[in-house]
Design a protein around this ligand. Structure first.
Ligand SMILES: NC(=O)c1ccc[n+]([C@@H]2O[C@H](COP(=O)([O-])OP(=O)(O)OC[C@H]3O[C@@H](n4cnc5c(N)ncnc54)[C@H](O)[C@@H]3O)[C@@H](O)[C@H]2O)c1
Length: 270
Protein backbone atom coordinates (compact mmCIF):
# COMPACT_ATOMS: atom_id res chain seq x y z
CA UNK A 1 0.00 0.00 0.00
CA UNK A 2 1.42 3.44 -0.90
CA UNK A 3 2.22 6.33 1.46
CA UNK A 4 -0.02 9.38 1.87
CA UNK A 5 1.27 12.69 3.25
CA UNK A 6 -1.72 13.17 5.59
CA UNK A 7 -1.39 9.65 7.04
CA UNK A 8 -0.94 9.25 10.80
CA UNK A 9 2.17 7.18 11.31
CA UNK A 10 3.19 5.15 14.36
CA UNK A 11 6.57 3.62 15.12
CA UNK A 12 6.33 0.24 16.87
CA UNK A 13 9.50 -1.34 18.27
CA UNK A 14 9.66 -5.08 18.89
CA UNK A 15 7.07 -5.28 16.12
CA UNK A 16 8.09 -8.78 15.03
CA UNK A 17 7.28 -10.20 18.47
CA UNK A 18 4.05 -11.44 20.01
CA UNK A 19 2.70 -8.26 21.59
CA UNK A 20 4.40 -5.80 19.20
CA UNK A 21 2.99 -7.48 16.13
CA UNK A 22 -0.51 -7.53 17.64
CA UNK A 23 -0.18 -3.80 18.39
CA UNK A 24 0.98 -3.09 14.84
CA UNK A 25 -1.93 -5.11 13.42
CA UNK A 26 -4.49 -3.32 15.59
CA UNK A 27 -3.07 0.10 14.66
CA UNK A 28 -3.17 -0.84 10.96
CA UNK A 29 -6.81 -1.85 11.39
CA UNK A 30 -7.47 1.61 12.86
CA UNK A 31 -5.95 3.47 9.91
CA UNK A 32 -2.39 4.04 11.10
CA UNK A 33 0.60 3.75 8.78
CA UNK A 34 3.50 1.95 10.43
CA UNK A 35 7.24 1.81 10.92
CA UNK A 36 8.18 -1.60 12.34
CA UNK A 37 11.47 -1.82 14.26
CA UNK A 38 13.03 -5.13 15.27
CA UNK A 39 16.37 -6.99 15.25
CA UNK A 40 14.70 -10.12 13.92
CA UNK A 41 14.82 -9.43 10.17
CA UNK A 42 13.02 -12.58 9.06
CA UNK A 43 10.02 -12.00 11.37
CA UNK A 44 10.04 -8.25 10.66
CA UNK A 45 9.78 -8.95 6.92
CA UNK A 46 6.95 -11.43 7.56
CA UNK A 47 5.11 -8.75 9.58
CA UNK A 48 5.76 -6.17 6.85
CA UNK A 49 4.27 -8.48 4.21
CA UNK A 50 1.24 -9.29 6.36
CA UNK A 51 0.49 -5.71 7.44
CA UNK A 52 1.37 -4.20 4.06
CA UNK A 53 -2.00 -5.49 2.82
CA UNK A 54 -3.71 -3.25 5.39
CA UNK A 55 -1.62 -0.06 5.41
CA UNK A 56 1.65 1.63 4.36
CA UNK A 57 4.54 -0.06 6.18
CA UNK A 58 8.29 0.55 6.46
CA UNK A 59 10.72 -1.55 8.48
CA UNK A 60 13.93 -0.74 10.32
CA UNK A 61 16.01 -3.82 11.19
CA UNK A 62 18.23 -2.58 14.00
CA UNK A 63 18.92 -2.66 17.72
CA UNK A 64 16.75 -0.39 19.90
CA UNK A 65 19.54 0.07 22.45
CA UNK A 66 21.25 2.31 19.86
CA UNK A 67 19.77 5.83 19.69
CA UNK A 68 20.44 5.99 15.95
CA UNK A 69 17.92 3.18 15.35
CA UNK A 70 15.18 5.50 16.57
CA UNK A 71 16.41 8.36 14.39
CA UNK A 72 16.14 6.03 11.38
CA UNK A 73 12.64 5.01 12.48
CA UNK A 74 11.52 8.64 12.86
CA UNK A 75 12.96 9.49 9.42
CA UNK A 76 11.08 6.53 7.90
CA UNK A 77 7.86 7.64 9.63
CA UNK A 78 8.18 11.17 8.24
CA UNK A 79 8.54 9.70 4.74
CA UNK A 80 5.17 7.95 5.20
CA UNK A 81 3.21 10.88 6.67
CA UNK A 82 2.89 12.62 10.05
CA UNK A 83 4.62 10.94 12.97
CA UNK A 84 1.86 10.91 15.60
CA UNK A 85 2.35 7.67 17.59
CA UNK A 86 5.28 5.78 19.07
CA UNK A 87 5.19 2.43 20.90
CA UNK A 88 8.34 1.20 22.65
CA UNK A 89 7.52 -2.49 22.94
CA UNK A 90 10.86 -4.29 22.37
CA UNK A 91 11.91 -6.07 25.55
CA UNK A 92 13.77 -9.10 26.86
CA UNK A 93 13.92 -11.04 30.11
CA UNK A 94 16.81 -13.08 31.47
CA UNK A 95 16.07 -15.00 34.67
CA UNK A 96 18.91 -14.97 37.18
CA UNK A 97 19.06 -14.73 40.98
CA UNK A 98 20.14 -11.28 42.14
CA UNK A 99 23.37 -12.56 43.68
CA UNK A 100 24.44 -14.19 40.38
CA UNK A 101 23.71 -11.39 37.89
CA UNK A 102 26.66 -10.68 35.60
CA UNK A 103 27.53 -7.45 33.79
CA UNK A 104 26.66 -9.15 30.53
CA UNK A 105 23.12 -10.00 31.70
CA UNK A 106 22.58 -6.53 33.18
CA UNK A 107 23.89 -4.79 30.05
CA UNK A 108 21.69 -6.85 27.73
CA UNK A 109 18.44 -6.40 29.66
CA UNK A 110 19.05 -2.73 30.52
CA UNK A 111 20.21 -2.10 26.93
CA UNK A 112 17.04 -3.38 25.26
CA UNK A 113 14.43 -2.48 27.87
CA UNK A 114 15.71 0.69 29.46
CA UNK A 115 17.93 2.31 26.82
CA UNK A 116 15.55 1.11 24.09
CA UNK A 117 12.64 2.92 25.77
CA UNK A 118 14.78 5.93 26.73
CA UNK A 119 16.06 6.54 23.20
CA UNK A 120 12.66 5.79 21.65
CA UNK A 121 10.94 8.27 23.95
CA UNK A 122 13.72 10.84 23.52
CA UNK A 123 13.58 10.77 19.72
CA UNK A 124 9.76 10.64 19.73
CA UNK A 125 9.36 13.78 21.85
CA UNK A 126 12.04 15.55 19.81
CA UNK A 127 10.21 14.87 16.52
CA UNK A 128 6.69 15.43 17.96
CA UNK A 129 7.46 18.89 19.39
CA UNK A 130 5.29 21.35 17.49
CA UNK A 131 2.93 18.80 15.99
CA UNK A 132 2.05 16.78 19.13
CA UNK A 133 1.61 13.04 19.39
CA UNK A 134 1.26 10.12 21.77
CA UNK A 135 3.77 7.63 23.14
CA UNK A 136 3.14 4.27 24.80
CA UNK A 137 5.91 2.46 26.66
CA UNK A 138 5.77 -1.23 27.53
CA UNK A 139 5.99 -1.81 31.26
CA UNK A 140 4.90 -4.97 33.10
CA UNK A 141 3.25 -6.05 36.33
CA UNK A 142 6.88 -6.71 37.30
CA UNK A 143 7.28 -2.92 37.72
CA UNK A 144 5.10 -3.26 40.83
CA UNK A 145 5.52 -6.78 42.21
CA UNK A 146 8.32 -9.31 42.13
CA UNK A 147 9.31 -12.81 41.14
CA UNK A 148 12.55 -13.94 42.75
CA UNK A 149 14.78 -14.17 39.67
CA UNK A 150 13.61 -11.07 37.78
CA UNK A 151 15.56 -8.27 39.51
CA UNK A 152 17.06 -6.60 36.44
CA UNK A 153 13.89 -6.95 34.37
CA UNK A 154 11.83 -5.48 37.21
CA UNK A 155 14.26 -2.60 37.65
CA UNK A 156 14.01 -1.74 33.93
CA UNK A 157 10.22 -1.86 33.92
CA UNK A 158 9.97 0.43 36.97
CA UNK A 159 12.42 2.78 35.21
CA UNK A 160 10.23 2.76 32.10
CA UNK A 161 7.28 3.95 34.20
CA UNK A 162 9.41 6.79 35.66
CA UNK A 163 10.56 7.75 32.15
CA UNK A 164 6.94 7.80 30.97
CA UNK A 165 5.89 10.18 33.74
CA UNK A 166 8.81 12.46 32.92
CA UNK A 167 7.92 12.64 29.23
CA UNK A 168 4.29 13.34 30.14
CA UNK A 169 5.02 16.26 32.43
CA UNK A 170 7.90 17.73 30.41
CA UNK A 171 6.16 17.69 27.01
CA UNK A 172 2.44 17.86 27.85
CA UNK A 173 2.36 21.58 27.09
CA UNK A 174 3.59 20.75 23.57
CA UNK A 175 0.66 18.42 22.88
CA UNK A 176 2.55 15.21 23.59
CA UNK A 177 0.99 12.50 25.78
CA UNK A 178 2.98 9.60 27.24
CA UNK A 179 1.55 6.53 28.93
CA UNK A 180 2.67 3.03 29.77
CA UNK A 181 0.84 -0.27 29.74
CA UNK A 182 1.74 -2.95 32.27
CA UNK A 183 0.67 -6.40 31.06
CA UNK A 184 0.32 -9.46 33.25
CA UNK A 185 0.82 -12.89 31.68
CA UNK A 186 0.18 -12.67 27.93
CA UNK A 187 0.38 -15.69 25.61
CA UNK A 188 3.21 -14.97 23.16
CA UNK A 189 5.92 -17.14 21.62
CA UNK A 190 8.25 -15.96 24.45
CA UNK A 191 5.82 -17.13 27.17
CA UNK A 192 5.05 -20.38 25.31
CA UNK A 193 8.79 -21.13 25.12
CA UNK A 194 9.12 -20.56 28.87
CA UNK A 195 6.40 -23.18 29.47
CA UNK A 196 8.16 -25.65 27.19
CA UNK A 197 11.33 -25.32 29.25
CA UNK A 198 9.48 -25.89 32.56
CA UNK A 199 9.57 -29.38 34.14
CA UNK A 200 5.72 -29.51 34.03
CA UNK A 201 4.60 -27.35 31.08
CA UNK A 202 0.84 -27.90 31.58
CA UNK A 203 1.13 -27.29 35.32
CA UNK A 204 3.09 -24.06 34.73
CA UNK A 205 0.49 -22.87 32.22
CA UNK A 206 -2.54 -23.57 34.43
CA UNK A 207 -0.79 -22.17 37.51
CA UNK A 208 -0.20 -18.86 35.73
CA UNK A 209 -3.79 -18.78 34.42
CA UNK A 210 -5.17 -19.31 37.95
CA UNK A 211 -3.23 -16.31 39.25
CA UNK A 212 -5.52 -13.92 37.35
CA UNK A 213 -9.01 -13.08 38.58
CA UNK A 214 -10.29 -14.06 35.12
CA UNK A 215 -8.67 -17.50 35.38
CA UNK A 216 -6.83 -17.31 32.09
CA UNK A 217 -3.70 -16.02 30.41
CA UNK A 218 -4.24 -12.86 28.37
CA UNK A 219 -3.98 -12.51 24.60
CA UNK A 220 -1.73 -10.07 22.77
CA UNK A 221 -4.74 -8.42 21.11
CA UNK A 222 -5.98 -7.46 24.62
CA UNK A 223 -2.84 -5.34 25.08
CA UNK A 224 -3.04 -4.01 21.53
CA UNK A 225 -6.57 -2.62 21.93
CA UNK A 226 -5.53 -0.56 24.97
CA UNK A 227 -2.42 0.74 23.18
CA UNK A 228 -4.53 1.78 20.17
CA UNK A 229 -6.90 3.58 22.56
CA UNK A 230 -3.99 5.38 24.25
CA UNK A 231 -2.65 6.58 20.88
CA UNK A 232 -6.11 7.75 19.80
CA UNK A 233 -7.99 10.99 20.35
CA UNK A 234 -10.33 9.06 22.67
CA UNK A 235 -7.49 9.19 25.24
CA UNK A 236 -6.85 12.93 24.74
CA UNK A 237 -6.84 13.68 28.51
CA UNK A 238 -4.91 10.56 29.57
CA UNK A 239 -1.21 11.10 30.18
CA UNK A 240 1.49 10.09 32.65
CA UNK A 241 -0.32 6.86 33.50
CA UNK A 242 0.60 3.21 33.59
CA UNK A 243 -2.43 1.06 32.81
CA UNK A 244 -2.27 -2.45 34.25
CA UNK A 245 -3.73 -5.09 31.91
CA UNK A 246 -3.45 -8.27 33.93
CA UNK A 247 -6.89 -9.87 34.24
CA UNK A 248 -6.92 -8.76 37.88
CA UNK A 249 -3.72 -10.64 38.80
CA UNK A 250 -2.20 -7.83 40.91
CA UNK A 251 -5.55 -7.15 42.64
CA UNK A 252 -5.69 -10.62 44.16
CA UNK A 253 -4.36 -11.61 47.58
CA UNK A 254 -4.70 -15.20 46.40
CA UNK A 255 -7.55 -17.69 46.47
CA UNK A 256 -9.52 -17.98 49.73
CA UNK A 257 -9.98 -21.73 50.03
CA UNK A 258 -12.60 -21.28 52.80
CA UNK A 259 -14.95 -19.36 50.48
CA UNK A 260 -16.95 -21.75 48.26
CA UNK A 261 -17.86 -18.94 45.82
CA UNK A 262 -14.17 -18.59 45.00
CA UNK A 263 -13.91 -22.19 43.78
CA UNK A 264 -13.49 -21.97 40.04
CA UNK A 265 -15.91 -24.11 38.04
CA UNK A 266 -15.08 -22.88 34.55
CA UNK A 267 -12.14 -21.16 32.90
CA UNK A 268 -11.79 -19.56 29.49
CA UNK A 269 -12.58 -16.15 28.15
CA UNK A 270 -15.99 -14.59 28.39
N1 LIG B 1 4.39 -11.73 27.19
C1 LIG B 1 4.14 -11.31 28.41
O1 LIG B 1 3.55 -12.02 29.23
C2 LIG B 1 4.57 -9.91 28.83
C3 LIG B 1 4.13 -9.43 30.06
C4 LIG B 1 4.50 -8.15 30.46
C5 LIG B 1 5.28 -7.36 29.65
N2 LIG B 1 5.71 -7.85 28.44
C6 LIG B 1 6.53 -6.97 27.63
O2 LIG B 1 5.98 -6.88 26.33
C7 LIG B 1 7.01 -6.65 25.39
C8 LIG B 1 6.92 -7.67 24.26
O3 LIG B 1 7.00 -8.96 24.80
P1 LIG B 1 6.61 -10.27 23.98
O4 LIG B 1 6.07 -11.22 24.96
O5 LIG B 1 5.81 -9.89 22.79
O6 LIG B 1 8.06 -10.79 23.60
P2 LIG B 1 8.64 -11.29 22.19
O7 LIG B 1 9.95 -11.90 22.51
O8 LIG B 1 7.62 -12.09 21.45
O9 LIG B 1 8.85 -9.91 21.40
C9 LIG B 1 9.92 -9.04 21.67
C10 LIG B 1 10.42 -8.50 20.33
O10 LIG B 1 11.47 -7.57 20.62
C11 LIG B 1 12.52 -7.80 19.67
N3 LIG B 1 13.80 -7.35 20.22
C12 LIG B 1 14.53 -7.93 21.20
N4 LIG B 1 15.67 -7.26 21.38
C13 LIG B 1 15.65 -6.23 20.50
C14 LIG B 1 16.57 -5.19 20.21
N5 LIG B 1 17.74 -5.07 20.85
N6 LIG B 1 16.24 -4.30 19.24
C15 LIG B 1 15.08 -4.42 18.55
N7 LIG B 1 14.18 -5.40 18.77
C16 LIG B 1 14.47 -6.29 19.76
C17 LIG B 1 12.50 -9.31 19.45
O11 LIG B 1 13.17 -9.68 18.24
C18 LIG B 1 11.01 -9.60 19.44
O12 LIG B 1 10.48 -9.53 18.14
C19 LIG B 1 8.33 -6.71 26.17
O13 LIG B 1 8.74 -5.40 26.50
C20 LIG B 1 7.94 -7.46 27.42
O14 LIG B 1 8.78 -7.15 28.52
C21 LIG B 1 5.38 -9.11 28.02
Amino acid sequence: MSASTDARVAVVTGAAGGIGKAIARDLANHGWSLVLVDVNEREARTAEAELGILTAVAIVVADVSDRHTHVLAADAAEQLGTLAGWVNCAGITIREPLHAITSDIADRVIGVNQYGSLWGTSVAVDRMRGTGGAIVNMSSVHARASYADFAVYEMTKAAIEALTRNAAIAYGSQGIRANAVAPGAIMTPALAASFESAPDADGARSDLAERSALGRIGEAREIASVVTFLLSGAASYVTGQSIVIDGGWTSMLGRDSADPSRRRTAGGSE
